[in-house]
Design a protein around this ligand. Structure first.
Ligand code: ZN
Length: 376
């Protein structure tokens, strides 16, 4: 069934304020008519390109329309860079947006290099070098969305999020932009966006409305496209891993799906044991602390439907959990590869880092704790 358009995140749309210059005009004879306000950088709203507000009932956008929106956003905003990673199975552009402060975006290469040093700390000769890099670097976050194309909130949430980050002038958003380099992949399966949207629009108002399309929304793997994060057989997986994951080494990966109407709106760490034993316990504790902080914040805002300590592990690997998930011993009988089995995600060589891994992770955690890590 096509799920209703309940977005995973409440996306507060903040209108661009009137230009401060307009408010500071010298007092002269009041004009008869208020002059048109000179808008601050005009950031296109999703509605202006999609024709509706993300989340509006019975409205979906196909992939070319969404791409047009992201191109328009990037053209209008100095907080955003548009990048085409390659092409999907059916030839659609697979895209990513780098979102951060204009200053950070001008130094993207430098921040990538700093993060690469943290990801493989064997190059550090002294702990001081690691501390310096931690101080100078930025938190890198990867948000991917829409791998399951009938979970249509995943098509549209990134449009709202990108608009908010491009247009919001609040202190909180500016702090995020100053401290975080966000890579937003608005769809991990662009073909599916158009397949589902076409079918939905064709069947709208008929008895077939809300049914799954009669073709796979990923032509080779269908709904199992998210089981490809250990085998890397599909071009979409390869592009994201090769262009972003293994290049930027994000500290946080957040993959947006959508639950059914009776599911939770968001599930957060801590997840249930067992956790992949090759992952440093400090990292697990850090992820749990982050999940708890998010749940706490959302509960304080009166949000409901936030679930924790759920059995997320479905015996198959997925991008957000790649480094640390492990199948439940009684579930499915499948074996999830360990870190050591995943050459594409493993740093070259098998030597242990010169720094104690625990120390490195602790420093990373301390670094993360000192920054604004609001990712949704
Ligand atoms: Zn899903």
């Amino acid at each position: 069934m096509l799920r209703p358009l309940v977005l995973l995140f409440a996306v507060a749309i903040v209108a661009a304020p009137a230009s401060p210059a307009a408010a500071q005009q010298p007092r002269r004879t009041p004009p008869r008519r208020r002059p048109p306000s000179v808008a601050a950088p005009r950031i296109p709203t999703p509605r202006s390109v999609l024709g509706f507000e993300p989340g509006e009932d019975r409205k979906l956008a196909d992939w070319p329309t969404l791409v047009r929106y992201y191109q328009a956003l990037a053209a209008a905003s100095d907080r955003m860079r548009y990048r085409e990673l390659g092409h999907s199975t059916l030839g659609a552009p697979l895209i990513a947006l780098a979102i951060s402060s204009p200053q950070n975006l001008r130094a993207l290469d430098r921040y990538r290099e700093l993060n690469a040093r943290l990801a493989d700390p064997r190059g550090f000769k002294t702990p001081k070098e690691a501390e310096d890099v931690l101080r100078l670097g930025k938190t890198v976050v990867l948000i991917t969305s829409g791998i399951h194309s009938t979970e249509v909130g995943g098509h549209l949430t990134p449009a709202g999020l990108a608009y908010r980050l491009a247009s919001d002038t609040s202190l909180a958003t500016r702090a995020i932009l100053d401290n975080v380099i966000l890579w937003l992949v608005p769809s991990l399966n662009p073909d599916g966006v158009s397949i589902v949207t076409r079918w939905y629009n064709r069947t709208l108002g008929t008895p077939a409305e809300g049914t799954d399309p009669p073709e796979l929304y990923h032509h080779y793997t269908g709904h199992d496209n998210n089981r490809d994060w250990y085998a890397f057989t599909q071009v979409e997986t390869q592009l994201v891993v090769d262009s972003i994951y293994n290049v930027w080494h994000p500290q946080i990966v957040h993959d947006i799906h959508q639950q059914d109407t009776d599911g939770s709106r968001l599930f957060l760490p801590p997840y249930l044991d067992p956790i992949e034993p090759n992952v440093d316990p400090l990292l697990v504790d850090g992820v749990n602390a982050l999940g708890t902080a998010m749940a706490w914040t959302l509960a304080g805002q009166g949000k409901t439907g936030i679930q924790r300590s759920v059995r997320r592990v479905d015996a198959r690997p997925g991008l957000p959990a790649l480094p640390w998930r492990r199948p439940h011993p009684v579930g499915g009988g499948e074996r999830e590869p360990r870190v050591a089995d995943r050459p594409a995600l493993r740093p070259a060589g098998d030597a242990r880092p010169r720094l104690q891994p625990a120390r490195t992770v602790l420093e990373l955690q301390q670094s993360l704790a000192g920054r604004s890590l609001v990712v949704a």
